[in-house]
Design a protein around this ligand. Structure first.
Ligand code: GTP
Length: 597
């Protein structure tokens, strides 16, 4: 295809501002899909995404459109994931296109994810066309929102499009603006092949499907290609484009976006951001800035029923095939039996994976408290990455511990600002910036990721009645006074309940945990101390008093069947007990102790 007739773009938006609806409209308007094939939210492939209204995997579609000049154009839309956890994938897909539609709900205005995503687009040197969506609604205030875009983001919004993705108003103008305002891609068809691996996913019929953007050269079926980052060589057995159904083509040239398959078995072998070139005539340098995404949040996943362990193993293996950023290894715990220590890109990623395991594979799971990756600097100079608080080495061997910090951006209506500042302050935050965007405050905080993985989103939502928006990026590691807190039941440590905490917050956390456990652990014939401790030092303690001898005493002697029932119930309860020294703790106690509240 003639490069001047190609436009590649993505859509950036805050969740719910109408990205998917707009994409559907653009496809429909250009008859890319026959009307009868048009499903709601064409681009959101997985059910779970549809249900939650979030887009997880980047998708793409090629749209043919005849512009006002009577010429035919190819418009390639790459759909980027909308959530913070997938920031790296967003940044890669952005590098694969030259421009963005910035969709802002004209009844709402700019939100935290609008900012995060638009900055990524600006970083990638995009031409940006603002789209004010939902102008069919009475609450729409396009003039105010356009002004806000200029003030807050600092881009010209005088040519902003007035659109209703719902009614179709402004859709033709949007297509024309893409042709008029976004630059055509550049590239050299005769140069050695240089293509970017934008995304990949597993298909049970075709194996791994690789989404590529051709920068220079040509890709054809039958080519032998090298993935420069991983070093692997593959034989290309199929290439094509998405319309949005997969359509096979003979070749892909510069500026084009399409897919290849090459009998690749695992998504792990295809790293987003990698450079693809020909084995025989390679390009001299790979594309810059390739860094595979690494998991930042870890937790243990255990089957509620130990008999489900093998099923869980199958399920996590399958999931890992299709999700290179999800990691897992077998973990065993005295409290919870066999399970997996799993790594995720963030909390949403964790939730999505856990949901899929429970729903698609029908396994009831216990999730241990999420933890971040600490850098433990040992006295002997060695540095270890700590993924599980239970593995924390003896304090006497440790010099210091570093934790990951994030830069969090929160947009919130003025009236809730005080509560948000307090929340961030309570979570050991350091305020970096506070500005105003119309009637909303924009606060930027440096926060420990560890304080955010617990229940920050939920707290933020509740103190702002849902009116705040939040986004973050990792900024690096910093030393702090971090310690491992252990929980001891009758002097025996319970690994599954160990956690890393800041020394100043340890008493509070410890107290909350032992109080909760006191409620959850049944009485025994003897007194049971429940303690939270750091190293050898107890920081919080409760005592569960001993039970009176006769459990059936409260049945007032008389009713024999009631007595029998009670004893049977006790016996059944025993089965799900776990033994810690002399103490039996029901599994449900762990499940509840690990629940956040
Ligand atoms: P994510 O996929 O979660 O990022 O959300 P999104 O930005 O793709 O939003 P989506 O397209 O799912 O739209 C969110 C809601 O707004 C849906 O209920 C849409 O029906 C509605 N919506 C989208 N565009 C318009 C519009 O122009 N007018 C009106 N009235 N509603 C719209």
């Amino acid at each position: 295809t003639d490069l001047s007739r190609i436009r590649n773009f993505s859509i950036v938006a805050h969740i719910d501002h109408g990205k998917s609806t707009l994409a559907d409209r653009l496809i429909q308007e250009t008859n890319t899909v026959a009307e009868r094939d048009m499903k709601e939210q064409m681009l959101d492939a997985m059910d779970i995404e549809r249900e939650r209204g979030i887009t997880i995997k980047a998708n793409t579609v090629r749209i043919d459109w005849t512009a006002a000049d009577g010429k035919d154009y190819v418009l390639n839309l790459i759909d980027t994931p909308g959530h913070v956890d997938f920031a790296y994938e967003v940044s890669r897909s952005m590098r694969a296109v030259e421009g963005s539609l910035l969709v802002v709900d004209s009844t709402q205005g700019v939100e935290a994810q609008t900012l995060a995503n638009v900055y990524q687009a600006i970083d990638a040197d995009h031409e940006i066309v603002p789209v004010l969506n939902k102008i069919d609604l009475p609450a729409s205030e396009p003039a105010r929102v356009a002004e806000q875009i200029e003030d807050v983001i600092g881009i010209d919004a005088s040519n902003a499009l007035l659109v209703s993705a719902k009614t179709g108003q402004g859709i033709t103008e949007t297509l024309q603006a893409i042709v008029d305002h976004l630059p055509a891609p550049k590239g050299d068809a005769d140069a050695p092949l240089k293509a970017m691996l934008v995304d990949s996913w597993y298909d049970s019929y075709l194996g791994v499907i690789v989404l590529v953007r051709i920068i220079d050269g040509k890709l054809r079926k039958g080519d032998r290609v090298r993935f420069m980052g991983t070093g692997t060589v593959h034989h290309v057995d199929r290439i094509g484009v998405f319309r949005p159904a997969m359509t096979v083509v003979d070749e892909l040239g510069p500026g084009e976006i399409g897919f290849l398959t090459a009998s690749i078995k695992q998504v792990r072998d295809t790293k987003v951001g990698d450079t693809i070139t020909h084995e025989k005539r390679p390009c001299d340098k790979p594309l810059p800035g390739f860094k595979p995404s690494v998991p930042v949040v870890f937790c243990g996943l255990f089957p509620v029923d130990a008999n489900d362990f093998e099923d869980l193993r199958d399920a996590v293996d399958k999931l890992a095939l299709n999700d290179a950023s999800f990691s897992h290894e077998v973990e065993s715990s005295a409290a919870l039996g066999f399970g997996f220590r799993c790594g995720f890109l963030g909390l949403l990623h964790l939730e999505v994976v856990r949901d899929r395991l429970e729903r698609e594979y029908d396994i009831d799971l216990i999730t241990t408290a999420p933890s971040v990756v600490y850098h433990v600097h040992m006295k002997d100079g060695e540095v270890m990455e700590l993924h599980n608080p239970a593995d924390m080495p003896d304090v006497t061997l440790v010099d210091h511990v570093e934790e990951p910090r994030i830069k969090a951006t929160i947009l919130v209506p003025d009236e809730y600002l005080g509560d948000v500042l307090k929340l961030c302050q309570d979570r050991r935050g350091i305020q970096l910036d506070l500005t105003y965007a119309g009637a909303r405050a924009m606060v930027v905080y440096d926060l420990p990721l560890n304080e955010v993985v617990f229940d920050f989103y939920d707290r933020l939502k509740s103190v702002t009645k849902g009116y705040a928006s939040f986004d973050y990026q990792m900024i690096g590691y910093r030393q702090d006074n971090l310690v491992k807190m252990q929980v001891l039941v009758n002097e025996e440590p319970v690994d599954a309940l160990s956690m890393m905490v800041h020394r100043d917050r340890a008493e509070m956390r410890g107290r909350a945990m032992v109080e909760k456990l006191k409620e959850l652990i049944p009485r025994h014939m003897f007194k049971i101390p429940i303690q939270a401790a750091i190293g050898g030092k107890v920081i919080a303690r409760e005592t569960l008093s001993a039970m009176r001898k006769d459990v059936t005493a409260k049945c007032y002697g008389g009713d024999a069947t009631r007595k029998k029932k009670l004893l049977e119930k006790q016996k059944a309860g025993k089965k799900k007990m776990r033994q810690f020294g002399k103490v039996e703790i029901p599994q449900s106690a762990f499940i509840n102790a690990l629940k956040m509240d």
